[in-house]
Design a protein around this ligand. Structure first.
Ligand SMILES: C[S@@+](CC[C@H](N)C(=O)[O-])C[C@H]1O[C@@H](n2cnc3c(N)ncnc32)[C@H](O)[C@@H]1O
Length: 286
């Protein structure tokens, strides 16, 4: 693996280097499991971008790098993946350990804030990003896309996937309390810095305005209670809702009622959790 880790010293706009849900061991594990549950969808999405052997790719907001490792195998020893995340303390070192253990030496990690991160014009064959633009202040997303489009060589594509229409998150049988939970999660992600948890809705237009040819697809992941996959939404709710109560985004009573309802659904083999719709955008430079 390259040792080109660079620390971007520019301060982040919220005065911390934390992303909304932090970098605890619990969150790193949650992201790992989330990646596992979404494996098939993610592979289908990446294949639509047509990334190939020998390419130079960028993984925007790679976190602990679960997809970076997949991209690294796609481009092979003759290619390179530039894995960018603001968390140079926990996520990127974890990526390096995993890459070394897997014998992958084509990953270059960069600790940087995407609000200002930049690369040379025409220097990459593809860009991948998932669940990251939703954590940037909305006003900074357009400028990142403007920079990103310049990095792409002619014919190169970016594959970006983000939540859209978050209010459509659903539980069957219908949950009485889920709409308030969804609203609290949405407000917490928006935070004081004005992130857009539904930035997936804006991406096709932003990429088209930046001059790319855009193809979209929207998917929803549905998981059944009493299966292993149910642990994915279960971890999201159990790990993160208590903090939302403490921070005042969610009323205590609503949380208690939701949790009791969720526990009942979790034991019902006919219950289904439907994710927020995910906007998948593949946009290509002609
Ligand atoms: C939900 S995790 C997603 C990680 C990975 N993309 C995945 O699909 O598993 C969001 C990641 O975005 C990173 N992130 C958020 N805002 C960022 C910013 N302004 N600059 C760089 N990274 C950022 C966080 O540090 C975190 O690792």
């Amino acid at each position: 693996m390259g040792d080109k880790t660079e620390i971007d010293t520019l301060a982040s706009t919220n005065g911390t280097d934390e992303y909304r849900f932090g970098y605890t061991q619990e969150e790193i594990e949650r992201l790992r499991y989330q990646h596992h549950v979404w494996t098939k969808e993610n592979q289908r999405f990446i294949s639509r971008a047509g990334f190939s052997k020998g390419s130079t790719l960028v993984d925007l907001g790679c976190g602990p790098g679960y997809t970076t490792l997949d991209l690294s195998q796609i481009v092979g020893a003759g290619g390179k993946v530039i894995a960018v995340d603001r968390d140079g303390e926990r996520s990127l070192p974890l990526l390096k350990v995993q890459a070394e253990a897997a014998g992958l030496f084509n990953i270059e990690t960069r600790a940087a804030n995407l609000e200002t991160f930049d690369l040379q014009e025409g220097s990459v064959d593809g860009v991948y990003g998932r669940w990251v633009l939703m954590y940037l202040p909305e006003t900074r997303v357009k400028s990142l896309i403007g920079r990103m489009v310049k990095w792409l060589r002619p014919g190169a594509a970016c594959a970006l996937t983000e939540l859209c229409n978050f209010g459509h998150i659903h539980i069957y049988p219908k949950s009485k309390y889920l709409p308030e939970i969804a609203e609290a999660l949405s407000k917490a992600v928006t935070g004081e810095i004005g992130c857009n948890p539904e930035i997936g809705n804006d991406l096709p237009g932003l990429l088209h305005s930046a001059g790319l040819d855009v193809e979209i697809n929207v998917i929803v992941k549905a998981v059944r209670a009493t299966t292993q996959e149910w642990l994915w939404p279960d971890a999201l709710f159990r790990n993160h809702l208590p903090a939302l109560v403490k921070e005042g985004y969610l009323a205590h009573g609503v949380f208690d009622n939701f949790l009791a309802e969720w526990e009942a659904r979790s034991k019902d083999p006919d219950a289904i959790f439907f994710s927020s719709p995910m906007m998948e955008v593949v946009a290509r430079r002609s």
